[in-house]
Design a protein around this ligand. Structure first.
Ligand code: NDP
Length: 262
């Protein structure tokens, strides 16, 4: 029996994410993932609920800890350019895994069906492999010498990443601030990018991973951008429709997720 090389594992994982992205997009256009405001009324096959905060920690921790384990297994992990890209990734995923879940205003007793974190753990590990191995492993990707840090692709990508990161963090913080202690309902978010789009947090996410794909100039980065779009574009459209149905006075000029466009 022949064993697969790391490069072959990489190729298989890459194709799995690239090919499943359009399928995920299609499914989520028809059937919104059953968490948050779209959980009610979903069939039991999503599985029993677990506390929403812990669901976030469980599903996102592999993208921080798993990524770190894969990255530091690589021969080039302690070089400057891989380390800086590693720090960018962790700036997002450490906060998403271990800080964000304790900042959101979870409705008392709110749960998330267990199938959501289970699917997310598997796919987040695959995506982490694609994006960590590309940075530090031998024989995968084009390599990141120190000169990469002055390459226009890195500079432009890193700038986009930082802008997206700021937008995503601010948008999430504004949502968390909508509920005062004891409140459980939904309100129309007002001000800043919310005057233009319903989901600036997803817009920020798109910029982050576009920036990452450019800064790494890698198939792994591109695959993760497609995967993020496949997950969050349908969700943004569903959230936008939900706002319009729930609030008759919802501002008509607002788009769903791309200012002036979509
Ligand atoms: P949502 O905008 O649906 O919700 C975020 C939080 O804000 C939840 O606690 C939600 O409460 C609350 N909230 C949302 N809208 C309102 C409102 N109008 N009034 C009061 N509270 C509100 O975001 P997601 O949960 O889908 O995502 C959270 C973060 O995770 C985002 O930054 C997103 O970009 C990121 N993410 C990234 C993915 C990727 O593929 N890279 C995939 C999924 C998420 P409740 O839960 O009660 O609805």
């Amino acid at each position: 029996m022949t064993t697969m090389t790391p490069a072959q594992w990489y190729e298989w994982t890459l194709w799995a994410i690239l090919l499943s992205s359009p399928v995920v997009f299609g499914v989520l256009m028809l059937l919104p993932a059953a968490y948050g405001r779209h959980k009610q009324g979903h069939s039991k096959w999503w599985g029993p609920g677990i506390p929403t905060r812990w669901s976030w920690v469980i599903m996102e921790a592999p993208s921080s800890l798993g990524f770190a384990a894969i990255f530091f297994a690589g021969a080039h992990a302690l070089q400057w350019a891989p380390l800086i890209l590693f720090a960018m990734w962790q700036a997002h995923y450490f906060q998403r895994s271990f800080i964000f879940p304790f900042r959101i205003k979870v409705r008392p007793g709110d749960t998330t069906p267990v199938s959501i974190p289970v699917i997310a753990v598997v796919t987040n590990l695959m995506v982490s492999f694609l994006n960590a191995a590309i940075l530090s492993w031998d024989g995968i990707g084009h390599g990141y010498p120190a000169s990469w840090l002055t390459d226009p692709r890195f500079v432009i990508g890193a700038l986009l990443f930082v802008v997206g990161y700021r937008i995503n963090r601010k948008a999430d913080a504004m949502l968390a601030a909508l509920r005062r202690p004891g409140e459980t309902g939904y309100k129309i978010p007002r001000g800043w990018l919310y005057e233009r789009i319903s989901c600036p947090n997803y817009f920020g996410e798109f910029l982050i991973w576009s920036g990452w794909a450019i800064a790494t100039w890698s198939w792994g980065g591109l695959a993760f951008l497609l995967w993020t779009l496949a997950n969050l574009l349908p969700r943004a459209l569903t959230n936008h429709r939900w706002y319009r149905e729930k609030f008759p006075d919802y501002p008509v000029q607002r788009k769903a997720v791309i200012p002036y466009l979509l």
